[in-house]
Design a protein around this ligand. Sequence first.
Ligand SMILES: Nc1ncnc2c1ncn2[C@@H]1O[C@H](COP(=O)(O)OP(=O)(O)OP(=O)(O)O)[C@@H](O)[C@H]1O
Ligand SMILES: [Mg+2]
Length: 461
Amino acid sequence: FFPNHLKIAIKECLISSIQQFTFVQRLSDRFVTFFSPYVEIKISQYDGYQYNHAFASIETYLGEKATDKAKHLRASQVKESKDLVLKRDDTRTRDEYKGVNVWWEIETDSEGYRTYKLTFHRRSRDIVTDSYMKHIFEEGKLIDAKNKKMKLYTNNPSSSWGPNKTALWRCIDFEHPASFDTLAMDSKKKEEILNDLAAFSNGKEYYKKIGKAWKRGYLLHGPPGTGKSTMIAAMANLLNYSIYDVELTAIKDNSELRKLLIGTASKSIIVIEDIDCSLDLTGQRSIKKKTKKNERFLMSWKKDKEKDKEVKEDNKSFVTLSGLLNFIDGIWSACGQERIIVFTTNHMAKLDPALIRRGRMDMHIELSYCTFEAFKILAKNYLDLDTHPMYTKIESLLKETKIAPADVAENLMKKKSEIDADGSLNDLIDALEGKNTQKATVDESSEKHGIKRFNPFRNLF
Ligand SMILES: Nc1ncnc2c1ncn2[C@@H]1O[C@H](COP(=O)(O)OP(=O)(O)OP(=O)(O)O)[C@@H](O)[C@H]1O
Ligand SMILES: [Mg+2]
């Protein structure tokens, strides 16, 4: 019915009254806040890029608290053997502390970030800020320690990183049975590693005193199937740390690597498996070489353009050596505490010396082919044997044959259902005497060509 100019006038009038209303509302909000007897404190999930640990403590504390009074509950079973864990699932929770009432509310913004809002009466300000807040952080940490589940994280490809930063890593509960007791290796070396780990995990004061970031790097090297991944699992079980298994090939550049590192929690082991295979660490240098060569030969405008494009594309597709070095000992690794970094490789010689120099990787641990001492541990694990008449023969055969503990274990496990120790040991002797040389050759050649064996962590996802 209305002519166009009238329509526009009505629309403008509406917009201006909405604007006025919003302005008035904002003013009245401020007015109410100014005279309100209530005080608000906000605690966000992230402080810049850094995860806010206070947020986690509050979440744990409120999640566990007073589930009997909550109307909405969420049930989960942490471990198969454990009872159901009930958590409250309300967005608003009332809490009482020393006769003071406080209200907690959780808000999620449009980008998916969450913030806790704590509201209390002005007259309780001192008690809330001085002792209540301290009380919940401590309670939260205690509950966490009591329920501590180890996690195994792996990084998501950056294309799936959403505004909610939890998407940087995905995780599952870590339940690997490996332990240092069952790890077959030289006992002296094992002792040395155990002492080193103990010194590290109790070293908070020491690291502070010497002014170093509280972190330690281990380089595990050795042929396939010698127990590198198993040792990482044993380390995690020993220290009760979570594992972050970094898949370097899913990371586009150094800045993504930094983001991932900042997104890890303390008391964790950051693992980069098969460092020689997963990263083209010579990439930067080969680009420079390529560029120089190109400068000499490719003079035309068109070809120069192609060259630029190539360099750019190469640059964005992988993490560089300097990025990785920064990751290990640069300023970024100092922003978290109590981290262990583990690299594994089958080919020490392929690694850039800068990456493995002492001080950067604090300890180099070689896991070697099966020795007689290691065999005895495996026989104890698999067959429950302390000694056996065939041991003398096996001892002399092991001195002259290279066989990975994984292959020894496989032979010992075959007859497990019958618990036939003699049969298993005979199989092993056959394998050692070369009746099974095919297998050994396959292993040797896969080692030579960097072909990867089964990785127990990757397969869990
Ligand atoms: N030293 C060892 N002690 C006990 N078990 C071992 C040892 N080495 C290997 N095993 C057994 O062999 C299997 C494979 O070993 P693991 O995955 O740890 O080898 P790896 O050194 O990581 O090999 P890769 O270089 O191929 O990754 C393990 O599941 C474990 O049962
Ligand atoms: Mg491995």
